[in-house]
Write a protein that binds this ligand. Sequence first.
Ligand code: ADP
Ligand code: MG
Length: 491
Amino acid sequence: TGVVRDIRNQINNKITQLPLGFFSEERKGDIIARISGDVNEIENSIMSSLDMLFKNPILIFIYLTGMILISWQLTVFVLVLLPLAGYIMGQVGKKLKRKSLLGQQQWGDLMSQIEETLSGLRIIKAFNAESKIRNRFEKSNDIFRRTTMKIYRRQQMAHPMSEFLGTATIVIVLWYGGTLILANNSPIDAPTFIYYLVIFYSIINPAKDLSKSVYAIQKGLASMERVDKILKAESDINDPIDPKPISLQKQIEYKNVWFKYQNDWVLKNVNLTIPKGKTVALVGQSGSGKSTLVDLLPRFYDVNEGSITIDGTDIRESTLYDLRGLMGNVNQEAILFNDSFFNNISFGVKNATLEQVKEAARIANAHEFIMASEQGYETNIGDRGGKLSGGQRQRISIARAILKNPPILILDEATSALDTESERYIQAALDNLSRDRSTLVIAHRLSTIENADRILVVDEGRIIEQGTHAELIARGGAYAMLCQTQFGDTA
Ligand code: ADP
Ligand code: MG
């Protein structure tokens, strides 16, 4: 139990360490299957190997010694036979491992579907897709069942087979012993031979158990392989060996930054500076690379070429902990935890007091609706904040950033999903928040960024225009066009 507890801890630690990029290749359900099902397989396997390591070898050793004492000729003969039987059993075991690997993969697939169903229930119901989801699940479930059946069949087949092999060995020993007794100057007489057979028969059971545990171990090894895929995964975003301290006094600078997720360049030769305390806004079509650009700053991903520096220090030269300590994020999708208001707001800060949390909530315009809830700050907000409205969730995530009080603020479409009424509240909260901070803001509604110190227009991974609102309007380029489509005129 201690070993599997440690494995579970290790998987969980690894999950928190691996970069975001790792998980875009993996499915959540499959990772859950690894930490539950596969770890259980490993536990079974450990239990069997304990049997195998301690009980059975001791029994076999004692019986074997007895047999050698009675007749070494017969025993040598037996020792030649046993490995042969062992080899045959081993072949069955190998196939079992392959099947077991497949079974665990299919189990992971089932878990992924359940995870997806749970988080997508609202859409599944809205689109009348229950039967589609049910069919998909039943199909995968059936495939899984067939694999499991093959595994069980193989495992159970092993039993009559080892029975047969055991009996066959006894027959052969009987025959060989018989010829020994009948021979002239026989080394063994008939009563001793019967005695010998009784001991030999007793050795068969532990030997069979031994082979059974070999199967359990094969299954465990298959699961270990899957768990290892997470545990042995290399993180390509690491702390440097000799980290430098990092702080923001002057400016953040992107220099000739190129970045791609897979094959196509998503950012092409991006240059930009954000002086301390200023607000820089990014606008542009969806898919142009704005989110990617701001994700590079906390090193969710690393640049492929070029560099990002804070006060001249490359962000790759400091620790991730120090770097991310400088930043607060508010995203389009407020990511909250199934916990109280208090714990959600104080998430990024150690030992926050209720007073500080209240203050942050006030600035974020969240205090009033929190106090109106049943247990105030101790009210649970449901899974991912499901008991709150979109605007309320957003204000909680802003309060969380306010409490952290970071010198750098990253706002990725923090207000896009909201109605104008909540937006007004939140905009006020954000204006409070970004005062005296270096702020990188992405906004769909251009009205929210008119006052930014600098506006950059991003198009297909390049910055094609920059300047203040007035400058860009006067220029009559891409930004002026965007404004025109949004406001109807360039007021
Ligand atoms: P924006 O925020 O401007 O709407 P994004 O930065 O989110 O745009 O996306 C820019 C491009 O990168 C898009 O073409 C998108 O398909 C691609 N992209 C975004 N995230 C990933 C990812 N995790 N893996 C692969 N491609 C991605
Ligand atoms: Mg985006």
